[in-house]
Design a protein around this ligand. Structure first.
Ligand SMILES: Nc1ncnc2c1ncn2[C@@H]1O[C@H](COP(=O)(O)OP(=O)(O)OP(=O)(O)O)[C@@H](O)[C@H]1O
Ligand SMILES: [Mg+2]
Length: 232
């Protein structure tokens, strides 16, 4: 299967400028690859650097060294060296990122948060609206909440909006940061179904799944971060 996402010798340290310039070395020459139809799960203790890997793959954090190769439109782009405009285009069309927390503009209705993602990725307004409605229904957000901003929603509801706005677009690469955290058993099952479907349609998935049952249901392989990340 085609390689969709490849990290090559990626290193990342954080310098805490306002805390005496302490340097946290998080990633030390990490390499990994995710192919189409694979779901690679990152496992390891809190604080080891799992979310940092996803943020680097999404172009949010620039690595200190190494390459982050994303396959899109028949070519490979090193997102670590790409101009901002190319990174934005990759995020719009290629890389779906479910972050640990929902960040949205206040007062925008939930239905619009989800429909906008579909429009940005090329759907017509009518298609986007229909797909957003179907996805909100699928993740169990009641219709009476669709016109409301998710800013006041419960933790689990916000998480499902976060999931809906990513899964409404058939992204070739998915970066999933604990998509089943703070969900009840029924909603975890729904999200597991979405992840499996995405994989079967060909998506390459790099994810963090705290819940072992969810992880076993979706992952095709695991990377033990304790073994590969601990910087010298
Ligand atoms: N922007 C940042 N500035 C400074 N330090 C950071 C930053 N982002 C992450 N870190 C540090 O990098 C380390 C790894 O963080 P990361 O969020 O990747 O951990 P994680 O494995 O996802 O943990 P968890 O399972 O708790 O979500 C932590 O020590 C964290 O404090
Ligand atoms: Mg994390």
């Amino acid at each position: 299967m085609t390689s969709m996402l490849r990290l090559v010798d990626v290193s990342k340290s954080f310098v805490l400028h306002n805390q005496g310039g302490i340097v946290l070395r998080v990633l030390d020459r990490l390499s990994l690859e995710v192919r189409a139809q694979e779901c690679v799960a990152l496992v390891g203790p809190s604080g080891i650097g799992k979310s940092t890997i996803l943020r680097i793959a999404h172009g949010n954090y620039a690595p200190d060294s190494g390459r982050v190769i994303v396959a899109a439109d028949g070519r490979a782009t090193d997102i670590a060296a790409a101009p901002p405009r190319r990174i934005l285009a990759l995020r719009r069309d290629t890389l779906g990122h479910v972050s640990q927390f929902l960040r949205v503009i206040p007062r925008v209705p939930s239905i619009e948060v989800v429909a906008e993602a579909a429009r940005d990725a090329g759907a017509t307004p009518a298609e986007a609206r229909a797909r957003a409605e179907a996805m909100l229904a699928r993740v169990g957000i009641p219709e009476r909440l669709w016109p409301l901003s998710p800013t006041t929603f419960s933790g689990g509801e916000q998480q499902r909006i976060n999931i809906a706005r990513v899964f409404v677009v058939p992204y070739p690469v998915l970066l999933l940061d604990e998509p089943t955290a703070s969900l009840d058993a029924e909603n975890r099952r729904i999200v597991v179904g979405l992840v499996r479907e995405a994989r079967l349609r060909g998506a390459a998935i790099l994810g963090i799944f705290h819940d072992p049952e969810a992880r076993e249901a979706v992952a095709t392989s695991e990377i033990d971060c304790t073994a590969v990340l601990r910087a010298a």
